[in-house]
Design a binder for this molecule. Structure first.
Ligand SMILES: Nc1ncnc2c1ncn2[C@@H]1O[C@H](COP(=O)(O)OP(=O)(O)OP(=O)(O)O)[C@@H](O)[C@H]1O
Ligand SMILES: [Mg+2]
Length: 223
């Protein structure tokens, strides 16, 4: 069974005079453990698709199943619980909370779900060590570089051991070499845990590091 199965999905905004089709996907299956790069021109609906998969947005039509759960049919509360239990999210603005240390920010990712076999604190510390921040655990985001903050966000997304990781251009605002390093770390940690990854990227070299590329521009044309 596919980990993510999408059929005849559309999301339309009707704010202006003309409706805007923000996202349209006729058919897409992503298998358990697959690592997929999501590409496509600006405005083709990459971010919208991630938000639909995560149950942050609700489609107008069509279906999305994640790990057998029909996300499009869930209530808001059910979607919140589904997201906390099943997904790890790394979004463009990584939203670390300034008053908290790196370790506390990672632990916040474990607050709403039971993660892994270890205690959450132990797991958070292990992850921070793995990404090279063992000596920065008790620093606040403002005391960390952008690349370091990104690594904290990755740990936060993984600390509750989600089946699926969704990432939106995590390389956006840093130099390419650092960005690719962070990406490699995310892919490596995800691979070890057998996680399914869907990552939006504009960088062809980063896309090549994933197993499969899905081009939303082409998917739109096909539907
Ligand atoms: N809240 C909204 N109201 C109206 N239109 C929206 C809204 N959010 C997104 N859109 C439109 O939906 C389309 C898809 O947006 P989306 O952010 O998913 O694109 P994207 O592929 O992630 O682009 P980028 O590569 O620039 O991040 C765009 O045309 C955008 O203008
Ligand atoms: Mg986007």
């Amino acid at each position: 069974m596919a980990m993510i199965a999408i059929r005849n999905l559309t999301k339309t905004y009707r704010r202006g005079p003309e409706p805007v089709v923000a996202c349209s996907v006729h058919h897409l299956d992503i298998q358990p453990g697959e690592q997929v790069a999501l590409i496509g021109r600006s405005g083709t609906g990459k971010t919208t698709l991630l938000h639909l998969i995560a149950g942050i947005l609700v489609p107008d039509a069509g279906s999305i199943e994640v790990d057998g759960v029909p996300v499009h049919q869930l209530s808001e509360g059910q979607r919140d619980r589904f997201r906390a239990a099943t997904l790890g999210l790394v979004f463009q603005t990584f939203n670390l909370l300034q008053p908290f240390t790196a370790l506390e920010n990672v632990l916040l990712g474990a607050v709403f779900s039971q993660g892994g076999g270890h205690g959450p604190r132990e797991h958070a510390e292990q992850l921070l060590q793995r990404v090279g921040l063992g000596d920065r655990m008790h620093h606040r985001p403002s005391e960390l570089s952008v690349g370091q903050q990104q690594r904290v966000a990755i740990c936060r997304a993984l600390v509750h051991d989600p089946k699926v990781v969704l990432a939106d251009e995590p390389l956006g605002n840093q130099d390419k070499a650092t960005g690719r390093e962070v990406l490699q770390l995310l892919l490596e940690l995800a691979r070890e845990g057998g996680k399914t990854v869907v990552m939006v990227t504009h960088d062809p070299e980063s896309a090549a590091a994933l197993q499969r590329t899905v081009d939303l521009t082409a998917l739109r044309r096909a539907s």
